[in-house]
Design a protein around this ligand. Sequence first.
Ligand SMILES: NC(=O)C1=CN([C@@H]2O[C@H](COP(=O)(O)OP(=O)(O)OC[C@H]3O[C@@H](n4cnc5c(N)ncnc54)[C@H](OP(=O)(O)O)[C@@H]3O)[C@@H](O)[C@H]2O)C=CC1
Length: 642
Amino acid sequence: MATTDHRPAIPDATIQQKYAEERHKRLRPDGVAQFLNLATSDKFKYLREDPWVDHAALNAQTPPLKNGDEIKFLVQGAGYGGLMLAVNLIEAGFKAEDIRLVDEAGGFGGTWYWNRYPGLMCDTESYTYMPFLEETGYMPRFRYSYGSELREHADRIAEKWGLTDKTLFRTNCHHYMWDDAEKRWIVHGTENRGPAEGNREIQLKAQYVLVVPGFLGFPHIARLPGFDKFRGEHFHTARWNYDITGGNPTHWNMEKLKDKTVGIVGTGATAIQAIPQLGNWAKHLYVFQRTPSSVDERGQHPTDPNEWANKIASKKGWQYARSKNFLSQFTMDTPIDEDQVNDRWCSTRSYCGFIGAPGIVSPDKTSEHVAALHSMDLERAERVRQRTTDVVKDPATAAKLKAWYPAWCKRPTFHDDYLPTFNKPNVTLVDTNGKGLDALTEEGVMANGTEYPLDVLVLSTGYSLFVENDSGSPVSRAGMTVVGRDGLSMDDKWIRQGSKTLHGVATHGFPNFFFTGPTQVALAVNFTHVLSALASHVAQILVEAERRVDQTERITIEVTEEGEDAYTAEVVKRATSFAGVGGCTPGYYNKEGQASATGPQEQAKEAQGNIWGEGPLKFEEFLNTWRAEGRLEGIEIKGNVM
Ligand SMILES: NC(=O)C1=CN([C@@H]2O[C@H](COP(=O)(O)OP(=O)(O)OC[C@H]3O[C@@H](n4cnc5c(N)ncnc54)[C@H](OP(=O)(O)O)[C@@H]3O)[C@@H](O)[C@H]2O)C=CC1
């Protein structure tokens, strides 16, 4: 992709001063408490319900799990992560017959099941993001796939590996208790069989449990005065209400909005995809902005079958190689020469300030590290700001749409139609200068002291990554209680000791229990790359552990305390990579700008709760080296060990 020189015309120090001022404007004393957590809020309970489920169709099927069943593998989560775990188990030699998946949703897809807002698309190239393209022989229709295609692909994976009839949907397995005599997990779950049949409680026994906690499962909304008074319609983007807008998840013809005044709150990665669609249909659209997104060029186009066959997917192993090539662009050093993906993500290298990059930053060099990140980012940031000026015709609106923070502070966005939407006569940007909405009224919303009457209010206010009173354990995020050996609750362990795992996949005191982060693992721009590495890692640990005992019936595979301490120390050693995030403009990346812990114990816990500071490829290398050593160091296997 051609680059033009966009070195800032104003000195770096002035820009950084501007960044600091913009951050300061947005800091607020209530931090993460500014949001209502829908997972616990009664008032917005209906927003937790599943609008997409077909209860009649599911009730007509034979459930793959009955009360009292005993199974070998229970996978909690049937999105891409859960499917990848199950597929890796099968590919490692375990029988599909021994695997069951459960999910609260009414179908496969995880985030792609729940999110069906108009405009929904993959924000990284689908050729690297969509799992198992090579194995399924599937060619994505677009370079950046739209939501329905991403969901269909989850069905395709399930079908290919025989998992469709092994998944119990609408089910929340909320309580897990380790039975040390039996060497089994006793699992309690509730299956929601819809209004006609109600809930069905099930109790299961599982030899192994594998959980995909997910990162952004709980939609949240701002605690705004007057919510009760608002008489118009409202919904969150995570549960788009097509009854109100018209259209459906595959046809975004929102006819019902033609005579409606619509407001959308939020301008994050979700909103920038939905706003162009709303702008196409609403009589008038008000976009209420607190912090602008950085919106770079997308370059969306249908996949060219010739290019696909002869270039992109021409060699065996192409998908992994392409994904690796993509991720190797995010480094503090010069990225590798050949840029296969070559989109604007690849010129957003400074995002490694959020996902980490090779090399360990010494604690006394963090200021230099942050300065280096800034100098890597400034040209990109200025280019994107210039793009805003070039695309948005009204200079005052263009000025308000410019992002004044570096790439690692908020998910950078890429879209071809977002900025041009503000050139439409029916679209108005209401910038709140960092403050957000003041309140809701009977008629609409108050912002900047002005009332905006609305028929429909769309909340695109994101998700709770940090929930109040959340222990931060992998299972609290998944809404589960897990009680391990000697009555130890995983949440209590996290509250007392902070994150302690081996490779972000297992923890001492919880035998035969595996998860995929969310802490102490790597993050990637295309997160499926990491999920794939974790799924394969867990499957290979299981294979190797079972190989070492002559009877697997009573096997226990458990991380040792020494093992998790040693690995946690490795995570902490690399935590300095994220020195730039604390000083960011507030958002979910930095606990809404909340001050860091002050006491030494709390600081230690915070450092432990980090992700892998050297980025996804080094993380994968670390796991591979550990496995290649063949000792399963840090894991104790008990059973009839040969
Ligand atoms: N793979 C993909 O294709 C996609 C991935 N995603 C993922 O989901 C994540 C979450 O994105 P998203 O759903 O947009 O959530 P975000 O948290 O990124 O955005 C929430 C938005 O709501 C605004 N907001 C919150 N409270 C108020 C308020 N009181 N008044 C006004 N505005 C308010 C925020 O402003 P402020 O910034 O000031 O807090 C922000 O603009 C992304 O970071 C990305 O990782 C999302 C879409 C597509």
